[in-house]
Write a protein that binds this ligand. Structure first.
Ligand SMILES: [Zn+2]
Length: 154
């Protein structure tokens, strides 16, 4: 029996209940699988602010991923679907930084049809006040949802 070689990615972007578009497994994905690189343009802090100006009391949504260096990857202009992977407070993926690149890895087995998500653990320069948390709401819907995509600050 001939076996068809699977070369396509095991996930696709489509509408999500969490927010906008999401990325969903199209077949079973094993724990530990490196799924995709979060590709985009490397921008510094000033350029990131210029691209995504912050307006008071408005929900803030960006395609920025902050690197340890302080610079960020802006996936806005990128055609990669990595930018559509939503946040979850009980995620099945994690974002890993290696040599200035961000990769999304599966941290448990993922069933076909499941939405991929990782914890954004978003960190602001300012305090994570209740008001700030409302500007970065979470709709992941899991039981232990913390209500915001902001990280817990210690
Ligand atoms: Zn949540």
């Amino acid at each position: 029996m001939a076996t068809k070689k699977r070369t396509t990615r095991p996930f696709e972007a489509r509408e999500s209940k969490i927010q906008g578009r999401g990325v969903f497994a199209t077949r079973k994905i094993e724990e530990g699988t490196r799924l995709i690189e979060y590709r985009g343009e490397l921008v510094d802090d000033d350029e990131a602010d210029r691209r995504y100006p912050f307006y008071d009391d408005e929900r803030h949504h960006t395609f920025l991923f902050r690197l340890e260096s302080g610079d960020a990857i802006d996936a806005g202009p990128s055609r990669s679907i990595a930018k559509y992977i939503n946040h979850s407070c009980d995620p099945n993926c994690e974002a890993v930084e290696e040599d200035g690149h961000i990769y999304i890895d599966a941290i448990r087995d993922i069933a076909r049809g499941e939405e991929l998500a990782y914890d954004y653990n978003y960190v602001l320069d300012e305090r994570h006040t209740a008001a700030n948390k409302r500007l970065y709401p979470c709709n992941c819907g899991v039981r232990k949802c913390r209500g915001t995509i902001l990280a817990k600050k210690r």
